[in-house]
Design a protein around this ligand. Structure first.
Ligand code: HEM
Length: 347
């Protein structure tokens, strides 16, 4: 059994286990709605960029993503995360798809990307092969990744938003540039804000995009310290619900646990893209320290409350924030980018 399928099975077990242990989270009073900034536009990209060169592009990608999702649902969360990790490092330019060469370790082999399942790379490779067959040499891997991420959001029950296109692929992919451009699972809200702001994303975008943690799983290593030795206190993080803590501890011992074990971000509906993530934070059931911190910090808490009470508002804020994230550091034209045939190799 491959590590992926074994971890999928484990995740199912952990999920089921947590379901058994936890009563439904109590409903939480939500107050003070706050406006979300969803209006920023990006002139560089356009919705109809491929209207003439590859009018059937979105259908071609959809035929691959829908089949992939049926056969291997893990492709959904992992491709959405792949897109995030691509955009934050060198911009949305498919630099994360480049394979390492001797003497040049590429982004995909950096420590922060080691848990990205092969399924995520596989769906982009398949979609690119189909697009190349029908529209050779005109659609970048970066655009295909942006479209596929949207498809998976929608396939999991999330919003269907239009994707702007016109990205070119990047010429640079260096493992050494990854860690400083990605958040840590225990980053503070200050650190998250600094990073997100440096990418042109706002406080609202940070909270909305973190809502992607409504689906998918995390390995114990990312939250185990919270369970046993929070900030060196030898005590668990006091902001974790006691029953949730107990369930997580059973799956993730402090020492000697199975490194493949994963826990669901959203214990209530781990496979559906809904707004339950925000309710979980209010019920002290955020998995990562960064998740829970969004409810603890007075700057982000009102947004958590707002998005937790209104699924449509979350979908709207998430779609707008994905468009902004999808516009980070985009390359246009041969001067700045390249058009790859095989997403893993520079032409
Ligand atoms: C705000 C700061 C963020 C931190 C600290 C963070 C950290 C993490 C970590 C540690 C994991 C678990 C990886 C593993 O163990 O395999 C994870 C998973 C995930 N992240 Fe984030 N993330 C953040 C923001 C985002 C954003 C902005 C998105 C997308 C818009 C995203 C989408 C996902 C998804 C979908 C998964 C599940 C992956 C899977 O099940 O394969 N995350 N994240």
């Amino acid at each position: 059994m491959s590590p992926i399928s074994s971890s999928s099975l484990l995740s199912l077990c952990v999920c089921f286990f947590i379901f058994l242990l936890l009563p439904t989270s109590e409903s939480v009073k939500i107050n003070k709605p706050r406006a979300t900034n969803v209006t920023r536009h990006h002139r560089q990209l356009s919705y109809d960029y491929h209207a003439k060169t590859c009018p059937q592009l979105e259908q071609l990608v959809a035929s691959v993503t829908s089949q992939q999702y049926r056969e291997s649902p893990i492709s959904g969360p992992s491709t959405i995360r792949l897109f995030f990790h691509d955009c934050f490092v060198e911009g949305c330019d498919a630099s994360i798809l480049i394979a390492s060469r001797p003497g040049s370790m590429a982004e995909k082999d950096a420590q922060d990307n080691k848990n990205l399942p092969v399924e995520a790379f596989g769906s982009i490779r398949k979609a690119k092969a189909l697009v190349e067959e029908k529209c050779p040499g005109v659609v970048s891997c970066a655009d295909i990744l942006a479209i596929a991420a949207r498809d998976f959001v929608h396939l999991a029950g999330g919003p269907y938003y239009q994707v702007k296109k016109g990205r070119w692929d990047g010429r640079i992919s260096m493992a050494s540039r990854v860690s400083s451009n990605l958040p840590r699972a225990n980053s503070t809200v200050d650190q998250l804000l600094k990073l997100f702001t440096s990418k042109g994303l706002s406080l609202e975008d940070l909270v909305a995009l973190s809502g992607a943690h409504t689906i998918g799983f995390a390995h114990c290593e990312h939250f185990v310290t919270r369970l046993y030795n929070y900030r060196g206190t030898k005590q668990p993080d006091p902001s974790i619900d006691p029953r949730f803590l107990k369930a997580l501890r059973m799956s993730c011992p402090y020492f000697g646990g199975n490194v493949d074990v994963v826990a669901p971000f959203d214990v209530t509906t781990p496979f559906s893209f809904d707004h339950a993530y925000y309710g979980n934070l209010q019920a002290k059931m955020g998995l990562l320290a960064t998740d829970q911190a969004l409810f603890l910090d007075p700057r982000t808490r009102p947004i958590v409350l707002e998005l937790g009470k209104d699924k449509q508002k979350f979908f709207q804020a998430f779609s707008a924030a994905m468009e902004k994230m999808g516009s980070i550091g985009v390359k246009r034209g041969r001067k700045h980018g390249e058009m790859r045939k095989d997403c893993g190799v520079h032409p």
